[in-house]
Design a binder for this molecule. Structure first.
Ligand SMILES: Cc1cc2nc3c(=O)[nH]c(=O)nc-3n(C[C@H](O)[C@H](O)[C@H](O)COP(=O)(O)OP(=O)(O)OC[C@H]3O[C@@H](n4cnc5c(N)ncnc54)[C@H](O)[C@@H]3O)c2cc1C
Length: 443
């Protein structure tokens, strides 16, 4: 009797309930299908595809080492999975439950095929630390505000974290935290469970205790850099919480990991949030090509915004504080619709994730879960607060690298023309006043 272990966004052997269940059936076959539709989507990203390739290589290697193999196919996901299941005469299919509209559609089709062919189809938890629906408000639906969700999440029963399943573990693979190599630099992110554990080990030893103090400073290595690994499931979010929870200073870090669960439970109930306002504010569907291009190319004349956008283009990553500032700038200073910026981020980010990206954009735009829809982030004062010596700005804007610290967050017109850095593309105060007036008019 064969069961099919269908990997999707759970590219790991540690704490993988689907893999565990497949292995328990005795004889199992591991499969990953590179889905043509995902690869050709307008928000696909070459960087994420490359990262995925690295993750698959790593998973394949670790499965081989453990006496199993990963088959990788490319094509129409449903066709490939069902053909392979039929050829193998699979009695069951195990995969991780996912929550985007598309993921749900394709798993529903697979479920229907399984029913028709008398194959057991089981979707397992593991993409989030606590599955959507396991923490729900008394009146039903989703939690709309983070803090009550966080309190309920803390008290929610959690499943047991799992080591690799016995046939694999028997081959000597019980996970151990590997010795940390030299740090992975931002921008050299390598895909796969092995690298995720390297980074995690380093983070738990040296980073998590200083998280609260450092997390808002884009110039320092003050956050975990685990988001690409979490997105493709190279590390289990529950394992991450379990390993962090007793460490000094871990609570603010775990809180951020729980934001990921929070947004996933919203996506589960409101699959349209990648297109529509979660809380409609009647914003205009603006698109101004020159303004948008200045934003994407990092030439708005606002140093922190430009540094962030240039980092995004160069590395496929951006610090959280700077993501907030650049997103706010696009919506509240340039008056462009959040959807345009969010789609652009998806085409660039290694960690691009439907729930986290679109719902963070909506939080910043004031159409999402934030209780204050009129929050404005001033790009100059944000730079002064969080990059006061301009280290991050200078790293990404070579034109400004020779400037004195006092000039860096808002260079004078004279300095700008000397070093060849553009003038501000808009007047921040005027722009936000116009934005607020429009919001009031449509409220
Ligand atoms: C406009 C905008 C777009 C974003 N798009 C994405 C995205 O596509 N994918 C993504 O993973 N994160 C996204 N984030 C959230 C956050 O910026 C990244 O998770 C974080 O910068 C990743 O770095 P890190 O792993 O070092 O995070 P850490 O600070 O070390 O946090 C640990 C983990 O917690 C989770 N996390 C942290 N902050 C958030 C948050 N605000 N929302 C949801 N989860 C969070 C991530 O999984 C992260 O890896 C976005 C934020 C904004 C403001």
């Amino acid at each position: 009797m064969t069961s099919l272990m269908l990997f999707t966004r759970d590219l790991r052997v540690d704490d993988n309930p689907a893999l565990y269940a497949a292995a328990e059936t005795g004889h199992f076959h591991c499969l990953f299908v590179k889905d043509d539709r995902v690869r050709s989507s307008p928000i696909a990203s070459e960087r994420r595809n490359n990262f995925l390739e690295q993750c698959l290589k790593d998973l394949s290697h670790s499965l081989t080492q453990r006496g199993s193999e990963l088959e990788i196919l490319t094509g129409d996901w449903l066709d490939e999975v069902t053909s392979r299941a039929a050829e193998l005469d699979a009695q069951s299919i195990h995969m991780a439950k996912d929550y985007s509209t598309y993921a749900k559609q394709r798993s529903a089709k697979l479920g229907a095929w399984c029913k028709q062919h008398d194959v057991l189809f089981v979707e397992h938890p593991g993409l989030t630390a606590v599955p959507p629906g396991d923490v729900a408000p008394a009146g039903g639906g989703e939690y709309k505000v983070f803090t009550p969700y966080w309190r309920a999440w803390l008290n929610a029963p959690k499943r047991q974290v799992m080591i690799p399943p016995p046939p694999l573990a028997d081959a000597g693979v019980a996970p151990s935290i590997p010795t940390a190599p030299e740090g992975l630099e931002i921008g050299s992110t390598l895909g796969g469970e092995t690298h995720a554990w390297d980074r995690l080990h380093q983070w738990l030893q040296n980073g998590v205790s200083r998280y609260q103090e450092m997390r808002d400073l884009p110039a320092v290595d003050g956050t975990s850099l685990l988001s690409p690994y979490l997105h493709l499931g190279c590390i289990s979010p529950l394992r991450l919480v379990q390993l962090s929870e007793d460490l000094p200073g871990a609570e603010p870090f775990i809180r951020q990991v729980v934001w990921r669960d929070f947004y996933t439970q919203i996506l589960d109930r409101r699959p349209d949030v990648s297109r529509n306002d979660y809380r409609p504010r009647g914003d205009l569907e603006n698109y101004d090509r020159p303004l948008f291009d200045a934003w994407t190319s990092g030439t708005t004349g606002f140093p922190l915004v430009d540094a962030g956008m240039r980092q995004l283009k160069a590395e496929g990553l951006m610090h959280n504080r700077v993501r907030m500032v650049t997103a706010s700038f696009l919506v509240k200073d340039l008056h462009q619709h959040w959807r345009l910026g969010a789609d652009y981020f998806m085409t660039q980010l290694i960690d691009g994730d439907v729930a986290s990206n679109y719902l963070n954009w909506q939080w910043v735009a004031g159409t999402g879960t934030d209780s204050n829809p009129h929050r404005i982030l001033n790009p100059t004062t944000q730079a002064t607060r969080f990059d006061k010596d301009g280290i991050y700005i200078k790293r990404w804007i070579p034109e400004l690298s020779s400037l004195d610290t006092k000039d860096i967050t808002n260079p004078s017109a004279n300095i700008r023309s000397q070093v060849g850095y553009p003038s501000p593309i808009v007047d921040h105060h005027e722009s936000v006043e116009i934005f607020k007036a429009r919001r009031l008019a449509t409220a």
